[in-house]
Design a binder for this molecule. Sequence first.
Ligand code: ZN
Length: 156
Amino acid sequence: MHSKQLYQEVILDHNKKPRNWGRLEAPSHQAEGLNPLCGDHIWLTVNVTDSRVDDIAVEGESCAICKASASMMTTNVKGKSVDEAEQLVNEFRGMATGSLEESQPNNLGRLKVFEGVKDLPSRVKCAILPWHTLHAALHAESSVSTEGANDPVPGS
Ligand code: ZN
């Protein structure tokens, strides 16, 4: 299937049926993510047990790209170790900002459908926000914004 068509189908599917949507009752980690440029506002709750992402849920108000990225993030990190999840955060960020080394092996798999956002500067932050928020949650930072010191795309 053409990558652009696949991208649109994945975005539509995850917007219609976002996975792990909602809020965990007693999360061990949580963070709020804001992307003022687009108006994306998400809330992420995570349960880490024995350094593993045992359960994860996300909810909020966001555009389709952010919502699909959040939904796919939850399915991709659920059950993984915190280290593996952090590695995926770095790989996704690298892919979305165009700095990922193509020759290096990565674990992105189907997340590669988001590769095209690197050519759409206004959408990069939408796609990255959930991953940025996961990183903040795992590091016990209560909130992040894509603006200011925590800008995942400095200079944009
Ligand atoms: Zn957005």
